[in-house]
Ligand binder design. Structure first.
Ligand SMILES: Nc1ncnc2c1ncn2[C@@H]1O[C@H](COP(=O)(O)OP(=O)(O)O)[C@@H](O)[C@H]1O
Ligand SMILES: [Mg+2]
Length: 351
């Protein structure tokens, strides 16, 4: 998938990945579910994304040639071919096997030996190196949860090392802050950026572009899928498909599955609001804010129709320590983090 939007985010048009001209700066969102790359061509921000997933299929030369002809990213091992990215679910379905994922809950899965080679191959496929030298890559990383660090140091250090091995200069940027950079130029980068993904929700409160408080919460889309599956007896993957295809908040749910999805969505949103309330109440810095600030919502889990309204309703009925001026959706919830990482890079290089 490749997309571009204008610099004000108004339009989103499809563009083939091959139109990417070389740029010295790239933004990269390495998420539990998807890896999203962003770059800027003249006035346009463009994006390309791959699922952060893979599946091993038996090796035959026929299959290898077929994958190569189709341009499907894969790795060749002795007995098997490892199919990566957007094509992985189709192969998993055909072969009736589980898709595997290099990351869990927002960070690299140390128990998955294929994690690093898989992410490296996906990134290399997306970045298409040309002769103009190695681009500098700005990568988003999650914030620590409120009560620990949960593999974050390993995640960040390992990604840095991986990009070092590929000889790409790399900088990391907090994921919630990237959402602020992507969406809040009109408030001079003051406000709260939230990204609700597969493994984590990430939150950052920024004041004039500076991160004042950030944290992650290990409850997001995967939590909804597995909790609903536990209640209805469906496979988590089937819940995920139903949720992505046609779930929206409308108060009435004739289908049992949708009603249960709504229950766990409410649980997720209320937990997120409670975590924000606790984090912001405990921080002395918050008293310095002298006017109401906006909240921006982004990420795949924030995309169902009605999510914003539901979030606002639950927030307004919570005793919240900060005055909120408005709650808005990111212009493109699926690419805001990658765009914000790029915005950070472009600002630093004065491009
Ligand atoms: N249209 C949609 N409606 C509801 N959930 C969605 C939709 N699209 C993606 N998701 C969910 O969003 C999560 C992935 O969000 P994303 O921002 O891509 O995550 P990550 O940052 O973890 O890679 C998954 O749980 C996925 O099921
Ligand atoms: Mg994300």
């Amino acid at each position: 998938m490749s997309k571009s939007d204008t610099s004000n985010g108004a339009a989103a048009v499809m563009a083939p990945p091959s139109t990417r001209t070389s740029t010295p700066i790239l933004g990269l969102d390495v998420g539990t579910s998807r890896i999203v790359l962003s770059w800027k061509d003249s006035e346009h921000y463009s994006f390309n994304s791959q699922l952060n997933a893979f599946v091993a299929v038996p090796y035959t030369r026929m299959t290898e040639n077929a994958l190569r002809r189709e341009g499907v990213p894969f790795e060749k091992h002795d007995q098997e071919l490892v199919v990566l990215g957007n094509e992985a679910p189709r192969f998993a379905d055909l072969l009736n096997v589980e898709m595997r994922r290099p990351m869990v809950q927002g960070v690299l899965n140390p128990a998955e030996p294929e994690s690093l080679p898989v992410i490296r191959t996906i990134v290399e496929t997306m970045v298409h190196q040309d002769d103009s030298g190695k681009p500098k890559v700005y990568i988003s990383v999650p914030a620590a949860p409120l009560n620990g660090e949960e593999g974050l140091t390993y995640h960040e250090a390992t990604l840095r090392q991986m990009f070092g091995d590929m000889k790409y200069p790399v900088q990391v940027i907090n994921e919630g802050l990237a959402v602020v950079y992507s969406e809040l130029e009109d408030t001079n980068y003051t406000g709260i950026g939230i990204s609700c993904g597969g493994g984590l929700c990430n939150v950052c409160l920024a004041y004039l572009s500076m991160p004042a408080m950030s944290f992650s919460m290990p409850k997001a889309g995967d939590f909804i899928d597995s909790s609903v599956a536990g209640v209805t007896g469906d496979l988590a993957n089937r819940v995920r498909l139903a949720k992505e295809d046609n779930f929206h908040f409308n108060g009435a749910y004739p289908e049992k599955l949708h009603q249960v999805i709504a229950v766990y969505y409410d649980d997720l949103i209320q937990s997120l609001i409670n975590s924000m309330r606790d984090a912001f109440s405990n921080s002395k810095k918050m008293s310095k804010l002298n006017k109401p600030i906006p909240i921006v919502l982004s990420g795949g889990t924030a995309s169902p129709k009605g999510f914003r309204d539901r979030f606002e309703k639950l927030l307004r009925s919570t005793d919240f320590p900060i005055q909120i001026s408005e709650i808005r959706m990111a212009r493109n919830p699926m690419t805001a983090t990658a765009k914000g990482a790029l915005v950070a890079g472009l600002a630093e290089s004065d491009n």
